[in-house]
Design a protein around this ligand. Structure first.
Ligand code: ADQ
Length: 480
């Protein structure tokens, strides 16, 4: 029986080593959930980095890690510190990430990091090929592995390969500035199916294919080396039932209330409205702009002083990259300045947390917030917006969402804003805070219905179905 190999930069598990004792726990991210039916329940393996640099492991420990990981149906790609520094922190996060999110001024194109990117993609290809049998399917994820599809196709032309990009694909005018634009596109074209979150990203990709590689594109199919490559959009969903059920449990009395929950409830009694934002600490998420826009809101509508509070949760991320360190300093300063400017004896306008929170706390925050303020400057999809909606089991709550998030394409009932316009921000925040309950419920109902129908499992299955179809088309062409 054929199997599926899922490939992503990181494996869906956490490996921790303490004084030679090894602990492996599954990570509960959206991708792992979506892949469950293919990976843990089906016949499949997952290839990726374990999170531990290879040069920090003795040969015996490295073997042990590999064995333990195997039990979870995972295979690790050995990466050392230099790989991580040059391929991950370097090329992936200082060249591809900013460019694909339209942050041109943050891009750093280094030949040495490009060489590392190629080297590491080849390392991934070797591990995939070592584990590949004839007729297997491979599903590659994200911008760290753009060259991998072609590396596999070169050596195993009969393998069916799918690729999904979790971040935006930028417009041709941006992408054309990239020094290795041809190599990147050709790397991606090793796939039989290329998936994006939205139709716009798909369109941008096809436009680069036409103008940079001068290939024939017929609607959403590319003719390349006598192969037909399909391109399509698959907006990623969340594990809707998991969020909904957790919220129902938190609303019932059966669960002992956490300190955070008690504190949030005091807030409700004080009759203050809670506004929530949750992001990874990343410059694409628009955190400083949001804080400044919130200041503008309080200046414009002073009647909301002492009546609202912004709970801003930021998860530490890529803190070895200088731009992320700068962002952290800027955020700290802005929060301090705004709190200093407006605070009274009994009120601080912004509660700021810089840490990762356990799932239970996240649910408490979602269910206690009157408004979710999700305002990235640019975001492939944004799952936080979807998680907020799924937890609103009582039907109230308002989502204010940036037009620049992929999620906005399917969430029309949210209040959509341009995150760079303070006026737009302030007006819509006011509108959210004063929205009649009936309207909140109507909007939520439509949003929830759509998210429930197109959840993460459905997303993975649709991609797979489409990938299998490309296989059938190839087989019939070969037989002819
Ligand atoms: P991310 O940029 O990481 O993902 P997002 O889609 O919002 O962004 O997912 C973040 C996840 O982290 C959410 O599931 C959220 O619950 C969790 N999280 C956030 N803050 C947390 C905290 N303080 N503690 C614990 N958990 C927290 C990339 C792209 C996105 C795209 C996804 C999926 O950048 O655009 O939506 O991949 O394709």
């Amino acid at each position: 029986m054929n199997k599926t190999i899922i490939v992503s930069n990181r494996l869906p598990l956490q490996v921790s080593i303490q004084e030679n004792s090894l602990e492996i726990s599954p990570s509960v991210g959206g991708l792992a959930t979506g892949m469950k039916s293919v990976h843990s329940e089906g016949k499949g393996i997952w290839v990726g980095w374990s999170g531990i640099p290879e040069n920090e492991l003795s040969p015996e420990l490295s073997q042990k890690v590999q064995q333990e990981i195997r039990k979870e149906k995972c295979v690790s790609v050995p990466l050392d510190n230099q790989d991580i520094e040059e391929y991950y922190e370097g090329f992936s996060n200082r060249a591809l990430w900013p460019l694909f999110h339209y942050f041109m001024e943050y891009t750093n194109f280094e030949q040495q990091e490009w060489e590392a990117y190629k080297r590491v993609n080849e390392k991934f290809a070797k591990v995939v090929i070592d584990n590949l049998d004839d007729g297997d399917t491979v599903w590659v994820h994200d911008y760290q592995l753009l060259l991998l599809p072609q590396l596999i196709k070169d050596q195993k032309p009969n393998t069916t390969i799918g690729f999904f990009l979790h971040i935006p694909f930028p417009s041709y005018e941006i992408f054309r500035t990239f020094p290795w634009r041809q190599e990147i596109l050709k790397g991606m074209l090793g796939s039989d199916l290329l998936g994006f979150h939205t139709y716009d990203y798909e369109r941008h990709f096809l436009s680069s294919i036409k103008r940079i590689l001068r290939l024939d594109v017929n609607f959403n199919e590319i003719n390349y080396h006598d192969r037909m490559i399909k391109v399509d959009s698959f907006p990623m969903g969340i594990d809707y039932d998991k969020y909904r059920n957790a919220a129902l449990k938190h609303h019932s009395d059966s669960l002992e209330k956490s300190d955070l929950r008690k504190r949030l409830e005091e807030h409700m009694i004080e009759d203050k409205k809670l506004i929530l934002s949750i992001d990874r600490m990343d410059y694409t998420k628009g955190i400083p702009t949001r804080i400044k826009a919130f200041e503008f809101f309080l200046d414009t509508y002073p009647e909301y002083k002492e009546k609202v509070r912004l709970v801003m949760l930021a998860v530490p991320s890529r803190s070895n990259v200088p731009q992320y360190q700068k962002l952290k300093r800027e955020t700290d300063e802005l929060v301090g300045r705004i709190n200093g400017k407006f605070a009274t004896v009994s009120w601080t306008p912004i509660w700021y947390f810089y840490r990762s929170l356990p799932f239970e706390d996240l649910i408490d925050l979602y269910i206690s917030s009157d408004v979710a303020l999700i305002t990235p400057i640019r975001d492939g999809m944004n799952l936080v917006a979807k998680e907020y909606v799924a937890t609103r089991t009582q039907g109230n709550g308002v989502l204010v969402l940036s037009e620049m998030a992929g999620a906005s394409k399917e969430m029309n009932e949210a209040l959509l804003i341009n995150p760079n316009s303070y006026e737009d921000f302030a007006l819509n925040l006011k509108r959210a805070l004063t929205m009649p309950l009936k309207e909140q419920e109507t909007r939520m109902k439509f949003l929830q219905k759509r998210l429930k129908r197109y959840d993460v499992e459905k997303w993975a299955n649709e991609f797979f179905k489409s990938l299998e179809e490309t296989k059938q088309v190839r087989n019939t062409t070969i037989t002819k």
